[in-house]
Design a protein around this ligand. Structure first.
Ligand SMILES: Cc1cc2nc3c(=O)[nH]c(=O)nc-3n(C[C@H](O)[C@H](O)[C@H](O)COP(=O)(O)OP(=O)(O)OC[C@H]3O[C@@H](n4cnc5c(N)ncnc54)[C@H](O)[C@@H]3O)c2cc1C
Length: 393
């Protein structure tokens, strides 16, 4: 008997796809190697930034649609998923682009798309928050940005998928996909336990492991895995309520690419979650098994120096972690059907910023899987664009 649609991977993309598919009445089975949001994947941890402050107009539009979708999911599920705390961009990097774009570009796009924002200068930033911005920093503050409770969001999406009839097979790994491009129906998905699932359609939502799955179809894409450092730091309790959600764009200097971020403080004693948004060559790999899982000491030192230079009240580090970004060459996602067999849909190349779009990506995947006209133009996410380097192996 067919399992209907098999979704490989139970991270953000897998949970969002299963939720969208199951609520459209599709039989759906999610196969996840460990469990949703596991520490080795890109959806680990409890929080993610949400913003419309993008210097790429396409992603800003995607974020606008996502904001509406998150609020709908909150209303439908009775859960708070997105805390509106604002987001401050600051720095002296100017137009120089980065994996997160740049401040002048974000200002331009927000103007074009009527996203409300404020422009605090160095002095106003230092007066309002416990921050010491680089001299001559420019600032952008998007008050309607916020922090997503990402673990809770995964639970809610998975819970709604299950309520609508989806099955989750946790601690199961897909070891093969057979019958693609042969026209044979159904596809056959083999699992490490020896189970075999017959699938009408397959969704690959395997994050850093995507090329392993694509290899079963005879393809690979150009995707580099970055082991990203993030950390918790203790902060002065008297300042705990004042830390904003922030992202700093400094110009690159030697080993320091100048991109740092942080969240508001939480807990008692209070800690901030903070991280570095670049990755040295030694922390990059194409094979997920070769991705280091221990922090790079030099990057850890740079983060430490940044925090003690540019924030007030930061004390010691209480934990460092490494989690993967799956990077494409143009810093854009891949969300498409596979040309060799349109029964297979893939989401990959999250580039470290996909969580905020989860509900919209879930619906887009469901549209493609079911061959419905997509609500949002998926052309910029095409798997056949040059930057993705789709090749037969
Ligand atoms: C440190 C960090 C900070 C981030 N900050 C932000 C942010 O502020 N805002 C934002 O929007 N985004 C952010 N992101 C990005 C966002 O979290 C990711 O884009 C998103 O969570 C990726 O989800 P995914 O489902 O594509 O991948 P994953 O969560 O990695 O899911 C893939 C899953 O597939 C499973 N799997 C793999 N192979 C198999 C197999 N053969 N069989 C079965 N299961 C398999 C894995 O176990 C894994 O659980 C951040 C990411 C990181 C790492």
């Amino acid at each position: 008997m067919s399992a209907g649609i098999v979704v490989v991977g139970g991270g953000m993309a897998g949970c969002a796809a299963a939720w969208a598919l199951a609520e459209r009445g599709e039989a759906c089975t999610v196969v996840e190697s460990t469990h949703p949001g596991n520490p080795a994947g890109g959806s680990s941890g409890t929080s993610r930034m949400f913003r419309r402050m993008y210097s790429d107009a396409y992603y800003a539009r995607l974020a606008r649609a996502s904001l509406r979708a998150w609020r709908r999911l909150e209303a439908d599920s009775g859960n708070t998923l997105l805390a509106e705390c604002g987001l401050l961009f600051f720095g002296d990097r100017g137009e120089k682009d980065s994996v997160e774009g740049n401040i002048p570009g974000a200002r331009r796009v927000m103007r074009e798309q009527n996203v409300p924002f404020d422009e605090p200068d160095t002095e106003r930033i230092a007066a309002r928050w416990p921050l010491r911005p680089p001299e001559n920093s420019e600032g952008l503050f998007e008050a309607t940005a916020g922090t997503l409770h990402s673990r809770r969001a995964l639970e809610v999406m998975a819970g709604r998928a299950v309520r609508a009839g989806a099955d989750f097979l946790n601690n199961e790994t897909v070891t093969g996909i057979h019958g693609a491009a042969s026209g044979r129906r159904p596809l056959t998905v083999t699992l490490r336990s020896g189970r075999v699932l017959a699938a009408d359609r397959v969704v690959l939502a395997a994050g850093a492991w995507t090329n392993r799955l694509l290899a079963h179809l005879g393809f690979r894409i150009r995707m580099e895995l970055w082991g990203m450092l993030w950390a918790h730091y203790a902060v002065d309790a008297s300042l705990a309520a004042s830390y904003p959600q922030w992202f700093c764009f400094k110009p690159p200097s030697g080993a320091d690419e100048g991109l740092y971020y942080g969240f508001p403080a939480e807990g008692d004693p209070p800690v901030i979650k903070t991280g570095v948004d670049w990755c040295p060559p030694a922390m990059r790999a194409t094979d997920p098994d070769r991705l280091p899982d221990a922090p790079d000491p030099e990057v850890a030192r740079l983060l430490d120096t940044f925090l003690h230079t540019h924030l007030t009240g930061v004390r010691h580090c209480v934990g460092r972690y490494v989690s993967p970004y799956a990077m494409t060459a143009d810093n854009g996602f891949v969300l498409d059907t596979v040309p060799a067999d349109r029964r297979i849909t893939v989401f990959a190349g999250d580039c470290g910023h996909a969580f905020k779009f989860a509900p919209v990506l879930g619906h887009l995947m469901a549209d493609l899987v079911l061959g419905r006209p997509p609500a949002i133009d998926p052309a910029p996410l095409s798997i056949t664009r040059d930057a993705v380097g789709l090749t037969a192996i």
